[in-house]
Structures are given as C-alpha cells and as structure tokens.
Design a protein around this ligand. Structure first.
Ligand code: FE
Length: 187
C-alpha cells in the first residue's frame, strides 16, 4: 500500500511539473495572449470556427499535395496546417529591414515594415496590416483559448493571431509567424 501511495504522489508531482512547462509563456505577455499553442497542427475536430470574413472563394486554390510540394516542411506546417513556429526562432521576429511582407504561399501583400514593432513576444509583430483586404480574421477556439486567427484572404494561409494589447494608434498586435511571410525588401 505504501509503495502504491508513493507512486501516486510521484505521478501527480510529475504531471504538475510538465503542465507548468507546457503553459510557460513569455513574461511580457498576458497568459493566453501568446501565439504559442505548440507546433502540433490543430486537427479538424479541434477547430470550431466562425468566420468573420465569410466563406469567400479563395483567389488562389491549390491541393494539399501542391502546397506540400511548393513549401518547405515548416512553411507547410505553419501556413497550411495552422502550426506555430517556436518563439525567437523565426526569420523575421528581429528583422528591421524595410519592405513589404508577402504571403509565403501566394505572394499577396500583407504587412509592412512601417507597422512592424518589437513586441518582445519572439514573433514578428505589427500594429496594423499593410493591405487590409488581404488580411482576414477568424474566430479560433482551439487549445482551450478564445483567440482571433489571422489569415491570408487570397489563399487561406494561416498567418498567426491578433490581440488587443498592441501599441497605439490601433492597440492591436498582429502576432505573425515568420514561416508564413516572405519579405520583399526595399531596394
Ligand atoms: Fe496567401
């Protein structure tokens, strides 16, 4: 009996420790407002969405196999399967180069260096889109959080999430994955 009790206590302690690690978020951000739900893409059953932009036909439609062939594994995982790159690992989170950030999938103009700022989150952050019509928003209730997903309206690519803790004048923080972007640098 004694051994059984010790085993139960140990299991409980371990699960508390692992749960703590999994929910660790950058200290600068309010809990639940991070882009980081983990790298695993959401399965269809997890996705409960109500589209704000409606079920508009995409201008760029490709099969899953075509996207897979065109993109790197990370780009495919993030942009087509709604994954999230690890904080402080992406190509653009610390980039100060001038230019327009385009969709890695279809090339639509999305964000500009003019609205980019350092949020400290480890992901490229913008206080507004560059081309509003190309940046759509959808409700995302996956991973036990109520968040607003940001997508490319032209091809449906997952870009990241938007939060209301950004700087003025919009107070918005578009928290975007580098893997979904391609910077067209100003010459
Ligand atoms: Fe796109």
């Amino acid at each position: 009996m004694k051994i059984k009790a010790v085993t139960v206590i140990l299991c409980f302690a371990m699960s508390v420790i692992f749960a703590g690690c999994a929910s660790a978020v950058p200290s600068k951000l309010p809990k639940g407002n991070t882009c980081e739900p983990g790298l695993a893409p959401a399965s269809d059953s997890e996705v409960d969405k109500k589209e704000k932009v409606g079920q508009m036909p995409r201008k760029v439609e490709k099969t899953d196999a075509e996207w897979k062939a065109e993109l790197t594994p990370e780009q495919y995982s993030v942009a087509r399967q709604k994954g999230t790159e690890r904080a402080f690992t992406g190509k653009y989170y610390d980039s100060h180069a001038e230019g327009v950030y385009k969709c890695v999938c279809c090339g639509a103009e999305l964000f500009s260096s003019e609205q980019k700022y350092d949020s400290g989150s480890g992901w490229p952050s913008f206080w507004a889109p560059h081309a509003k019509g190309n940046v759509g928003e959808e409700t995302d209730n996956t991973h036990g959080m109520a968040r607003t997903e940001v997508i490319c309206t032209q091809c449906g690519a997952h870009l990241g999430h938007v939060f209301d803790d950004g700087p003025k004048p919009t107070n918005q923080r578009f928290c975007i994955n580098s893997a979904s972007l391609k910077l067209d640098e100003k010459k």
